[in-house]
Design a protein around this ligand. Structure first.
Ligand SMILES: Cc1cc2nc3c(=O)[nH]c(=O)nc-3n(C[C@H](O)[C@H](O)[C@H](O)COP(=O)(O)OP(=O)(O)OC[C@H]3O[C@@H](n4cnc5c(N)ncnc54)[C@H](O)[C@@H]3O)c2cc1C
Length: 380
C-alpha cells in the first residue's frame, strides 16, 4: 500500500493553492455579500487555465487524472464556496456530456471556448416536482424531422442566469420513466430559451442560480448527447466524481472554519486565560481533526479507485456523507467557539455555516444516500 501523493501531485497542489490564495480567497467575503456572478474574477481565473483540467488536449484541456482534478477542487473550495460551485459546474457536469458525446463541430463551437472561460455552461436536471427522483422529469424532447423540440422548466440551475449553453435532461419517452431520459445540448441564443433571475440564496452566494425555461426550443438532431433513453446510465458514470468533489469541498470549508476559529480561540480570553486553554474547547479541534482525516483519506481512496476503474458507488456515497456530516459539525463548533460573535455578520464563521448547507444537496441528499447504503448492506 502507498498512501502518498506523487511529487507531481504535491507540486500541482502548491500551484493551485497559490492561485486560489492570490485570486479568490481575499475576495470571498465581498463576493458573498455582493451575491452576484463575479464575471471579472471568472475571466481572471479562466486565464490561469484550470477550466480544461478534465478535458482532452485537442480542445485546450489538460487530461488530468481524477486524483489531480480532486486536488484542484479541494484547493478551489478553500477560496469561495460560490465560485467553487460556478467553476465546478463549468469543469465537470456542465461540459462532461458535451465532451463525451458532442460532435467535433459542437466541441469546437462550445467546449473549446468553455475551457477558455469565454462561454459559460450549466447542467439542468432539477424541476419543481423532481429533484432526487429524476423519474419525475417533465421536460420533453420531441423529434420533428431533423430537429428535437424541447419544452419544460428547469429550476435551481447553477450558472442558469448567465449560461451560454446548457446540458438538459429531458424525456424522449414519457411512459418509460427513468429509461426514457436523454441529454440535449441547448444554446442560450435559441428562440424560446429564457433565463430566469438569480434567486437569493443562504450560502454559496458568489454563484448565480436560477430557472431556465424552454418554450418549444428547436435544436438540430446532433444536439442529442449520447443515445436516447441512456441519460441515467451516463449520470451514474460521473456521479462518483461529483461525490468525491463535494466531499473534498466539505473538507476545505471545515478546514477554513476551524483554522479561523483556532486563531480566535488563541486570542480570545475568558476567566484570565485564552479560551484555547480550556479542555472543552480543545476537544472541538481534536474531534474535527480526527473526523476530517478519516473523511479525507476515504475521499482520496475513492478518487484513486475511479482512476483504477474500480466499482466504487458505495464508497463514493459513504465518503460524501462522512465528509459533509463532519463539515456540518465543524462549522457549528466554529460558531460556538466564537459564541456571540459567531452570530455576527462581521465575523467569518456565519459564512462557513451558511455555505456548508449546499453540501447536503450536491451528489445526493443524505436520506437518499443512507437509504441506498442501508439497502445494499441488508442485501448482503
Ligand atoms: C446551491 C444549489 C445549487 C444547485 N445547482 C443545481 C444545478 O446546477 N442543476 C440542477 O439540476 N440542480 C441543482 N440543484 C438542485 C439539487 O440538485 C436538488 O436540490 C437535489 O437534487 C435535491 O432535490 P430537491 O431539492 O428537489 O429535494 P427532494 O428530492 O424533493 O427531497 C426533499 C426531501 O425528501 C428526501 N427524500 C427524497 N427521496 C427520498 C428517499 N427515496 N428516501 C428518503 N428520503 C428521500 C430528501 O432527502 C429531502 O430531505 C442545486 C441545489 C442547490 C441548493
Amino acid at each position: 500500500m502507498d498512501f502518498r501523493f506523487t511529487e507531481e501531485h504535491e507540486f500541482f497542489r502548491r500551484q493551485a493553492r497559490d492561485a486560489v490564495d492570490r485570486v479568490i480567497r481575499p475576495r470571498a467575503a465581498e463576493l458573498d455579500e455582493r451575491e452576484a456572478f463575479p464575471r471579472e474574477l471568472w475571466n481572471e481565473f479562466a486565464a490561469l487555465g484550470y477550466f480544461g483540467l478534465r478535458h482532452p488536449a485537442a480542445h485546450g484541456g489538460q487530461e488530468a487524472d481524477t486524483v489531480t482534478s480532486m486536488i484542484f477542487f479541494e484547493e478551489l473550495a478553500r477560496g469561495s464556496c460560490g465560485f467553487f460551485m460556478a467553476a465546478t459546474v463549468q469543469m465537470l457536469m456542465g461540459t462532461y456530456f458535451l465532451g463525451r458525446f458532442g460532435t467535433e463541430e459542437l466541441k469546437k463551437k462550445l467546449l473549446a471556448p468553455a475551457i477558455q472561460g469565454e462561454k459559460i455552461a450549466a447542467i439542468c436536471f432539477t424541476e419543481s416536482q423532481s429533484g432526487s427522483d429524476l423519474a419525475g422529469t417533465r421536460t420533453t424532447a420531441v423529434r420533428e424531422g431533423d430537429e428535437w423540440v424541447l419544452s419544460g422548466t428547469k429550476e435551481w440551475i447553477t450558472n442558469g442566469p448567465v449560461a451560454d449553453f446548457a446540458t438538459v435532461l429531458a424525456t424522449t419517452d414519457p411512459k418509460a420513466g427513468l429509461k426514457g431520459l436523454s441529454f440535449f445540448l441547448v444554446e442560450a441564443d435559441r428562440p424560446g430559451y429564457q433565463r430566469g433571475q438569480a434567486i437569493g440564496k443562504l450560502g454559496a452566494r458568489a454563484s448565480a442560480t436560477g430557472e431556465i425555461v424552454l418554450d418549444h426550443v428547436r435544436v438540430p438532431a446532433d444536439h442529442l448527447l449520447g443515445e436516447p433513453g441512456k441519460g441515467v446510465t451516463y449520470v451514474g458514470d460521473i456521479l462518483n466524481q461529483v461525490r468525491v468533489m463535494t466531499g473534498l469541498a466539505a473538507c476545505s470549508i471545515a478546514d477554513e472554519a476551524m483554522a479561523d476559529a483556532r486563531e480566535y480561540a488563541k486570542r480570545r480570553e475568558a476567566f484570565g486565560k485564552p479560551i484555547a486553554e480550556y479542555q472543552l474547547i480543545r476537544e472541538k479541534f481534536a474531534r474535527f481533526w480526527i473526523q476530517r482525516e478519516a473523511a479525507r483519506t476515504l475521499l482520496y481512496r475513492v478518487a484513486w479507485m475511479i482512476d483504477e476503474k474500480q466499482e466504487c458507488v458505495r464508497e463514493a456515497m459513504g465518503a460524501k456523507w462522512l465528509a459533509t456530516e463532519m463539515c456540518l459539525e465543524a462549522v457549528d463548533q466554529a460558531t460556538r467557539i466564537y459564541a456571540g460573535n459567531g452570530f455576527s455578520t462581521e465575523y467569518p464563521p456565519q459564512r462557513f455555516f451558511r455555505d456548508a448547507r449546499f453540501l447536503l444537496s450536491g451528489g445526493g441528499t443524505h436520506e437518499v444516500l443512507l437509504d441506498f447504503l442501508g439497502r445494499r448492506y441488508l442485501a448482503e
